[in-house]
Design a protein around this ligand. Structure first.
Ligand code: IVH
Length: 682
């Protein structure tokens, strides 16, 4: 195929893939099977590999793989992104309707378009000639941050709009909407973060905001963010009569618009819509916090204009949280599956939102102190969405003086290990959680082992959650080092376990003994030590023993490690129980390649240089090669960009090789790489 033919085919493939993305991610109505879709993607990837000059930023292959950013650039919104005035009572909504009519000087009813108020992060998507070029956050309404790379990873954001015969695509379109994380994905993300000891997000909105603010878009790509578009900023070459038609058009152009919307001819219909949506709320897979009421006619919207950064033509009619009053009988401490200690109020049972409840979460000690909640207090509790009820505030007038203060214990009520309590001021978007630091705490043993065996930790293939649960329940393992003493007979006592499967798992356990220091550190499940911190530590310390004996001060000199993380690491290694398990891991053969001397400042000669590996290397594993780069102060990256300094090519190189050639990045062989490592080459 020559370049001209390839270009034609590539364009056709892209068009088809964009269309199928729309069917799948926007409409949720695919018209081809997954393998057929994969086949189209593979053909496109192959052609782009062969003709790298034909790669464009909006090709469906370009959603992931952009190199991490140093910082976000600023984006000035052509038309400011306003906010909405709020209302909580029906009366306020009627007043709004009255104001609108008075302002317009019309006695008749005004038509409104009502929609859901999505509880997410506001963004603007700029499309030029139908192609997604820039995506930004709202920021202060005038200037936001350029999060294009992150938004490209959101599958329901089309990289290219679909032409619609009824309305031409505008030359420039600023589509506005709300990026959100579905509730289920939020719960899974928090579970995974808890397992690896990272702090959890307080709610899906904060998780969405945190995900959009990642400088490394490969992290955002792991979070299944979604979007609903609800309006526009600048639109060149198209105009609309009503907001309703505008939304329909955005939908036809391939943007995702929420289906729950209604045209209301008078304000009573708006109130009815609000009541209906309040009912629907608990059944939706994403969070909403009210409905948005908008004057439907765009001509009238313009006449109404804005006041104090909010449009006069729109109103957010929020949902009221469902609240009741009851009395706290006791405060108990729950140790969750992940070791989190949650103070929980045991209350006189009450009905709220149709269900009887007798427990409510107090979240953490900070919340208890802030609200001054005591045992015996009369309190207001609420249920928001489908989450467990929480204590909102104390009814101080009902205090008798007999109420008792509460303090979280210093030792885990289940296993007696130290409790790590959050220190200092926390980012308010994340919850300050106290946790048990014992590796073998029965309350969290299953989670600890699931994390230990997970792909990014020791990667024990086949050792899934169900099997781990049985191993723990039957008392076959009391900590993760016990995995290395399991026998075939042990496995054969488990349900639905044959010799073949047991043999495979045992082999995978054996294989996992040969690991790397960073994976092992991550696998230990030290609070706040995620993959990134584990890598930093493995770069700084040559062995687990050295890390175990280090001091708070030394840890805090490492860039990227603050007091809280340092404290957590030191506490972890100080615990006798944890020391024993680590010793057992060593005795049972878990090992990692000994790293030569820690790089002295003079040997960090690759500081600032980025290496990318492609294809199979003859003498080194990918991990070893990358750790050599890091030991010399360099950075190993997984994708090629203009900023890459060297691409090291092994056998059967992939598309990175072509990309390096296309970008003119220096390409070297494995031998050349090894020679660069020799002392005389430095
Ligand atoms: S319209 C000028 N519609 O709520 C009006 N906003 O303060 C612009 N939001 O940041 C907003 N769902 O991002 C509109 N259906 C919806 C919405 C919505 C959520 C967000 C919006 C804005 C905030 C209002």
């Amino acid at each position: 195929m020559n370049e001209g033919q390839a270009k034609k085919r590539i364009n056709k493939l892209r068009e088809e893939i964009h269309f199928h993305n729309y069917r799948y991610y926007v409409l949720d109505e695919p018209v081809i099977s997954d393998p057929e879709y994969d086949q189209l993607m593979r053909e496109l990837e192959a052609l782009e590999r062969q003709f790298p000059d034909l790669i464009t930023p909006t090709s469906p292959t370009q959603r992931v793989g952009a190199p991490p950013l140093e910082k976000f650039e600023e984006v000035r919104h052509t038309i400011p992104m306003l906010s909405l005035a709020n209302a909580f009572e029906e009366e306020e909504v009627k007043e709004f309707d009255g104001r609108v009519k008075r302002f317009l000087g019309i006695p008749r009813d005004v038509e409104y378009c009502t929609e859901l108020k999505i509880d997410g992060v506001a963004v603007e998507l700029i499309y030029e000639d139908g192609y997604f070029t820039t995506g930004s956050t709202r920021g202060d309404g005038f200037v936001g941050e350029d999060v294009t790379q992150n938004l490209k990873t959101v599958k329901s954001i089309p990289l290219s709009l679909i032409p619609w015969k009824e309305r031409r695509l505008p030359s420039r379109l600023g589509a506005r909407g709300e990026v959100y994380l579905p509730i289920k994905a939020f719960q899974e993300l928090n579970q995974q973060r808890e397992r690896s000891g990272e702090s959890v997000f307080a709610n899906p909105r904060n998780a969405a905001a945190g995900s959009l603010r990642q400088l490394d878009s490969s992290i955002t790509a792991k979070r299944p963010l979604d979007i609903f578009c609800h309006g526009v900023g600048q639109v060149s070459g198209q105009s609309f009569e009503t907001h309703w038609v505008l939304l329909e058009t955005l939908h036809h152009w391939g943007l995702k618009v929420n289906p729950h919307r209604k045209r209301c001819r008078k304000i009573e219909e708006v109130l009815e819509f609000h009541r209906e949506m309040d009912e629907l709320r608990e059944k939706l897979p994403y969070e909403i916090d009210g409905v948005v009421i908008k004057v439907n006619s765009l001509r009238l919207q313009e006449a109404l204009g804005t006041i104090a950064r909010s449009p006069r033509w729109a109103l957010a009619f929020k949902f009221k949280p469902k609240q009741v009053t009851t009395r706290i009988r006791d405060i108990i401490v729950n140790v969750g599956r992940t070791g989190a200690l949650t103070p929980t109020a045991v209350m006189d049972p009450v009905r709220i939102g149709g269900v009887e409840v007798s427990r409510a979460t107090l979240h953490n000690q900070d919340e208890i102190d802030k609200k001054d909640v005591r045992i015996g207090d009369t309190v207001v509790i609420q249920r928001a969405g489908d989450v467990i009820p929480e204590v909102v505030m104390v009814v101080f007038e009902k205090r008798t003086g007999k109420e008792k203060k509460f303090r979280l214990p210093d030792q885990c009520p289940v296993c007696g290990a130290e409790v790590e309590k959050p220190k200092g001021k926390k980012d308010k978007k994340e919850m300050a959680v106290a946790r048990c630091t014992g590796i073998s705490c029965p309350a969290k043993l299953k989670e600890t082992i699931i994390h230990f065996a997970s792909r990014d930790a020791l990667n024990i293939e086949g050792l899934g959650e169900k099997i781990i649960e049985q191993l723990v329940d039957q008392g076959l393992i009391k900590d993760y080092a016990d995995l290395y003493a399991l026998t075939l007979d042990d496995f054969l006592t488990l349900e639905r376990m044959g010799e073949k499967l047991a043999g495979n798992i045992l082999a995978a356990i054996q294989k996992s003994k040969k690991t790397s220091l960073d994976r092992l550190i991550y696998a230990l499940g030290i609070l706040h030590v995620g993959e990134h911190i584990a890598k930093l530590l493995a770069r700084e310390f040559s062995s687990l023993e050295e890390l175990a004996q280090t001091s708070l001060e030394k840890l805090m000199t490492i860039k990227g490690i603050g007091e809280e993380i340092a404290f957590s690491i030191v506490t972890f290694f100080q615990q006798k129980g944890n020391q024993k398990v680590i010793q057992k891991l060593k005795e049972r053969g878990v090992e990692y390649p000994a790293r030569p001397l820690r790089p002295s400042p003079t040997s960090r000669i690759w500081e600032g240089q980025t290496f990318v590996f492609t294809g199979a290397l003859k003498t080194l594993s990918r991990e070893e090669a990358e750790s050599k780069v890091e030991s010399m102060g360099g950075r190993a990256s997984s994708s090629v960009s203009k900023k890459t300094d060297f691409v090291v090519v092994g056998e059967d190189p992939g598309s990175k090789f072509d990309k390096a050639q296309a970008l003119g990045v220096k390409i070297i062989t494995e031998d050349e790489f090894l020679r660069m490592l020799q002392p005389d080459a430095r």
